[in-house]
Design a protein around this ligand. Structure first.
Ligand SMILES: [Zn+2]
Length: 432
C-alpha cells in the first residue's frame, strides 16, 4: 500500500492517472480486510457480527471484522456456551435479547414439591398435562382440568372432546356448571446449579473484546501478529492460554455507581485498554455480577488506547460505545491485578437478588392488577365504574398481600364466568 501512495506523488501532474491510482488504492484497502479470526480475505463478504452477544441485549454490530463461517461456527459454540451460563439470570429478569426476542424459558423446574415452567415472558405455569381423563365405565368420565386462564380452558376443550368422544356442546354445558377455583401461589424454592467461566466462555469473552477493539482501531490493528495467540485461543482453545492469560474477577468495576446510574443495576460492560508498551487487556463485566479478563496482546500493539461499550440488559435500547463516557473506568493498575474472592462474588449475587425482588416484585403486582381487572371484564385503560372500584381494589389488595407473604390463595370462579367464557368462544369472540 505504501508503494502505491508513493507512486501517487510521482505522477500527480496527471489528473487522470491520479484518479486511476486512487481507485487502485481504494481497491487495495478493501482487499486488505481479512477475517480477524481465520485471516480469510473478506472482499465485501464480511458477516454482521454482534460485539456484545445478542443474548446479553447487545445491539452493536460490525461487518468488517469476521467472515460468515467464523461468525456461524463461533456463534453456535463458544458464544452459546457463554450465553447459557446466564440463562437463569435472563429468565428471572425477563431480559429480552438485542433483537427483541423473549428471554429463554426454563421447563420442568423443580420448585418445592411441584414442577413448573418459567416462561421467558415472566409467566409461570405448572408443568404437566393441562387435563387428565379417567374412564369410570358405562360411558362416564372424570375429567380434571388444570389451566392458567379461561383462554387456556378454551384451548383444551377440543382435546378433551377428542380424548373422550363427548359431543362438544354437551361438554361445554357441563363445564359451565362445574366447580372451578382460581389459585394464586408463588412457586417454592428453586435450586439451580450453574457454573461460570471455563474455556468456552473465556474464548467468547476474548472474541467480544477483540471485536470491540478491532471495530474502533481497525481491521489491520486486529490482524497484527501480536494478537495471533488470542486469535488461536478464540478459534481452537488452549489450556495454556486459559491459565496464563484469562482471569475471573469478582471486584466491582471502579466507579460502578456511575455505570449503574447510566445503564441500570445489571449493566454489561466490555472494555479494552492498552498501556504504553502496547499490552492490551480486555475486561467484560456481565450483569454487574462478575468480571472476565483476557490479555489480548502481551505487548507491541497500539499503545495507550481505550475503548468500551456498556448496555442496560433490562432495556437494551440503552447502550453506548463511546469510550469518553465510561472509558476512564478502565485503569491499567486496576486491570493488572485481577482477583476472585468468593465472599465478594456472594455479596454481588445478593445485590442481584435484591434487584430481582425490587424489579420483578413490581412486575408481579402489575400482573395481579391486570388479572383481576380482566376477571371483571376490564382491560388496559378501560374506565372502571365507581361502584366496581372497591370490589376490584379489595381483590387486588388481598392477592398482592398473599403474593408478598408467599401464601397460596384460592378464589372460586363463578359458573357465570366459565359459562361466559365458553359462550363467547363459541361465537368466535375473544374470551379475555
Ligand atoms: Zn473467518
Amino acid at each position: 500500500m505504501l508503494s502505491v501512495t508513493d507512486s501517487v506523488t510521482c505522477i500527480d501532474s496527471s489528473p487522470g492517472l491520479i484518479f486511476f491510482v486512487c481507485s487502485l488504492l481504494g481497491a487495495l484497502v478493501r482487499n486488505s480486510l481479512h477475517c480477524i479470526f481465520c485471516r480469510e480475505v473478506l472482499q465485501g463478504r464480511g458477516s454482521w457480527e454482534h460485539i456484545l452477544l445478542n443474548a446479553f441485549g447487545g445491539k452493536a454490530k460490525t461487518k468488517t471484522l469476521s467472515c460468515a463461517m467464523c461468525n456461524n461456527k463461533l456463534g453456535g459454540t463458544i458464544d452459546r456456551e457463554l450465553a447459557e451460563q446466564f440463562t437463569l439470570v435472563r429468565n428471572l429478569f425477563e431480559m429480552v435479547s438485542g433483537d427483541g426476542r423473549d428471554a429463554p424459558s426454563l421447563y420442568k423446574v423443580q420448585a418445592g414439591n411441584r414442577k413448573i415452567n418459567l416462561l421467558g415472558n415472566g409467566r409461570v405455569t405448572l408443568a404437566g398435562r393441562p387435563f387428565t381423563v379417567e374412564e369410570l365405565g358405562g360411558g362416564q368420565f372424570r375429567v380434571a382440568i388444570n389451566v392458567q386462564s379461561l383462554d387456556e380452558l378454551e384451548a383444551v376443550i377440543p382435546h378433551i372432546v377428542a380424548k373422550t368422544g363427548i359431543a362438544e356442546d354437551r361438554l361445554r354445558e357441563q363445564l359451565a356448571g362445574a366447580q372451578f377455583t382460581d389459585t394464586q401461589d408463588r412457586p417454592g424454592i428453586i435450586s439451580h446449579k450453574y457454573s461460570l467461566g471455563g474455556e468456552g466462555a473465556m474464548r467468547a469473552v476474548a472474541k467480544a473484546c477483540l471485536l470491540l477493539w478491532g471495530r474502533t482501531l481497525g481491521n489491520e490493528e486486529a490482524q497484527k501478529p501480536e494478537y495471533d495467540e488470542v486469535r488461536s485461543f478464540i478459534r481452537n482453545g488452549s489450556a495454556d492460554f486459559l491459565s496464563a492469560r484469562t482471569f475471573l474477577d469478582s471486584r466491582p468495576l471502579a466507579r460502578a455507581d456511575e455505570v449503574e446510574k447510566a445503564y441500570g443495576p445489571l449493566f454489561n460492560f466490555v472494555g479494552v485498554t492498552s498501556d504504553a508498551r502496547g499490552k492490551v487487556v480486555g475486561h467484560f463485566t456481565v450483569y454487574n455480577l462478575l468480571g472476565f479478563q483476557v490479555v489480548l496482546a502481551e505487548g507491541g500493539a497500539a499503545p495507550c488506547k481505550t475503548v468500551s461499550l456498556a448496555n442496560n440488559p433490562l432495556d437494551p435500547k440503552i447502550w453506548s460505545d463511546k469510550a469518553d463516557k465510561v472509558g476512564s473506568l478502565l485503569d491499567a493498575d486496576w486491570l493488572a491485578v485481577p482477583s476472585f474472592e468468593t465472599d465478594e462474588y456472594r455479596r454481588r449475587s445478593v445485590a442481584m437478588m435484591e434487584s430481582y425482588y425490587r424489579i420483578i416484585g413490581a412486575r408481579a403486582v402489575g400482573r395481579i392488577v391486570d388479572r383481576v381487572c380482566a376477571r371483571y371484564g376490564f382491560a388496559g385503560d378501560d374506565p372502571i365504574p365507581p361502584e366496581m372500584l372497591n370490589l376490584i381494589q379489595e381483590e387486588i389488595a388481598v392477592r398482592v398481600a398473599h403474593n408478598i407473604a408467599g401464601l397460596p390463595l384460592t378464589i372460586p370462579v363463578s359458573p357465570e364466568e366459565i359459562a361466559g367464557s365458553v359462550r363467547k368462544a363459541k361465537k368466535g369472540e375473544p374470551t379475555s
